[in-house]
Structure formats: C-alpha cells, structure tokens
Design a protein around this ligand. Structure first.
Ligand code: SAH
Length: 346
C-alpha cells in the first residue's frame, strides 16, 4: 500500500490495478494518510484559499430520464420551474457584492434554454460583471452549441461523466443516453478551450470497486480542470428510492486520491457531501477539496431543484449565509476568498 501511495504522489499516475488496490485499501488509517498528502498538495497550489462559486439552478425541467435523478422527466411529483433571464441576472446582482466572482448556471436539459437564450444571458452577465467567470452545467449539447456558448463568454463547463464504464452507465441511464456521447461532449468542450469538469457519484447503485478504479484512471487520462464527486443519495420519486446512500468517508478518500494525482485541479466539496454528513464540506476541504458552491438560486425555487432527498439548501449552504461558511472554513485554518478562482497551469 505504501508503495502505491508513494507512486501516486511522485508519478501522479497508476495503473488501473493499482487504483483498484488503493480503493480496496480504504481504511481510516489510510484515509488519514492520504488526506494529509492531499492537504499538502492543495496548499502547494492554492495555499489555504477556498474558492466559492454561486450556484444558480436555472431550471428543473429535463428531457432526460436518468434513473438516479429527482428531476428526471418521468417524475410526475416534481414541481417544475424555470427562471427568467431577469431572475438569473438578479441572482448575480445579489451574489456579486457578497464576493462571488464565478456564477454557475446549472439545470436540467430544458429546450427553452436554447443557444440564443443562454448566449444572451451569458453575454449580459459578462457585460455587467467583466471580472467574473461564468460556468455552465446544462448537460449534453452539440459541438456547435458549446461553440456558440463559448463565444458568448462562457469560461467553464461542468459535465460529470457519471461512470467511466459502459455497462455501469447503462444501468444508471435509459438506453438513449450513452457514455460515448458523454465523452464526445467532454472532448468537444476541451477542444473549444473551456475549463472542463467531469466527475461521478460515489456508491451509485451497482457501482463496483473496479468501476471506481476506471473512474480514477479516466480522470488521470482526461485531466480535467475541475472534478465534481459526491455521494449518491436516493430520491423517493425515482426507481432508486430504496438504494443505499454513498458514504462521506469513501467520498473523502477519493477526493484525496484525486488531489494527490492532480495537484492543481479545482475540486469542490459538493452539496451532496455536505448533505450526507455533519460538516461534510469541511471534511471535504480537509481531504483536499478547494472549492465550495453555495446556493444562489431564488429562495422560492430551491426546494424544487431536488436531485436527491434532504439536499441542503439553507444554513451555511446558502449564499446569504456566507459569513457562517467563512467562519466554519476559518475554524479549520482556511480562508474563503473573493477571486475568480481559475485553474492554475502547472
Ligand atoms: N443536467 C446537467 C446537470 C445535472 S445535475 C447535466 O447533465 O450535467 C448535477 C449532478 O448531480 C449530476 O451530474 C449527478 O452526478 C448529480 N446527481 C443527480 N442525482 C443525484 C443523486 N440522486 N444523488 C447524488 N447526486 C446526484
């Protein structure tokens, strides 16, 4: 085990079997060992800085039917909404004075948000606030669409690969969604010059240790600028309602491995991690994460963007409670900064 940890630290590359051994070696002692190396790595690149992103959930209308997701098309109990351009710009007006310099627009795959509408919103945000970064997380689109959004001013794009194993992908998604197209999107985004984020859920249904090893190898090779990982959490109105939630401990262990492998990666302590465990986001930071994404959506819609049950949407999770988040982060020796928080090239 120690040999593999040393190799990960020094060479930042392992074989799939070595990643598998690392995953099988998950124990509290090894977790602490990896977390310490991960904190050291994060500090070399980003000191004790924690970047914040204002998350604006623009629509919970979605044409897809992902089996794990609470806003899937066939969930008839979801109370659907979409924000107007004006509402989205108001979220930015609220976030900017609080210190947010990145706005993330995330949503279901809602055809209302076509290129023309998203480009208009993105270019308006960039015109009003030239010193912010705009991140999009609007699912799978065509190369031409990603190109238009980039030209309108979008800087980054988050699109989790969800799992790097085709068979596993097929058990989490309906047949019209394929890993191949997901990867095509990620490659398109990269070739267009976006800072790109991939990622996956930890302990999603049917996930094996081999699947996780494949995810780590994929991240090593794709080398994204950002990586979002969080525990799977069941949603009552999905086919996975009776499945077990993923653990915060394994999520943190994987965060540490990713940080050691990719010293400069932008690695969020996700809302799902914060929702599953007391102080989950702080534990994520202590495992090597350097980003948090407080919720900046209008208060009235927050409950409706329900990807999974018991999703945090108040308290230190929300943008208004940024002071509380700052205090918590400071209590473990880190500092929330007002910064675009771009990826740092090595
Ligand atoms: N439609 C966009 C945004 C998806 S929501 C897209 O396709 O990228 C963002 C992420 O939430 C998803 O990529 C997924 O990994 C995560 N998610 C969805 N349902 C979840 C659940 N039940 N538990 C944990 N994470 C979930």
């Amino acid at each position: 085990m120690q040999k593999i940890i040393d190799k990960l630290y020094n060479e930042r590359s392992l074989s799939r079997d070595e990643y598998l051994a690392l995953i099988k070696g998950f124990s509290p002692e090894n977790a602490e060992k990896l977390a310490e190396l991960a904190r050291q790595r994060a500090k070399e690149s980003y000191q004790n800085k924690i970047f914040i992103r204002g998350l604006i959930e623009i629509s919970n209308i979605c044409k897809n039917d992902c089996l794990y997701c609470g806003i899937r098309r066939s969930n008839k109990n979801a109370d659907r909404y979409r924000l107007t351009k004006e509402e989205i710009l108001e979220c930015c007006d609220e976030g900017y004075p609080l210190g947010f310099r990145t706005f993330v627009m995330q949503g279901g795959e809602d055809s209302y948000f076509n290129d023309e509408r998203v480009c208009d919103i993105v270019s308006n945000i960039k015109r009003i606030y030239p010193d912010v970064a705009v991140t999009l997380s609007l699912g799978e689109r065509s190369y031409e669409s990603y190109k238009a959004l980039k030209e309108a001013g979008a800087d980054r794009y988050l699109l989790r690969h969800e799992t790097a194993t085709c068979e596993h992908y097929a058990r989490l998604h309906p047949s019209e969604l394929t890993l191949g197209n997901r990867i095509r999107c990620l490659n398109d985004l990269k070739s267009l010059g976006y800072q790109v984020g991939c990622g996956f859920m930890v302990e999603s249904p049917y996930q094996t240790e081999e699947n996780l090893a494949a995810d780590l190898k994929f991240i090593e090779e794709f080398s994204p600028e950002m990586c979002g990982i969080g525990p799977f959490i069941p949603h009552i109105d999905t086919p996975f309602r009776d499945e077990k939630a993923g653990s915060a401990e394994l999520t943190c262990y994987l965060l540490s491995i990713i940080r050691i492998m990719k010293p400069n990666i932008l690695l969020p302590a996700t809302t799902a991690l914060g929702s599953i465990a007391e102080d989950g986001r702080l534990k994520g930071i202590l495992s090597g994460a350097n980003v948090v994404m407080p919720n900046l959506s209008p208060y009235s819609v927050r409950k409706k963007y329900s990807l999974y049950n018991n999703k945090l949407h108040t308290g230190a999770e929300s943008a208004e409670a940024l002071d509380e988040l700052k205090r918590q982060v400071a209590s473990i020796g880190y500092e929330v900064v007002t910064d675009k928080g771009n990826y740092k090239e090595i």
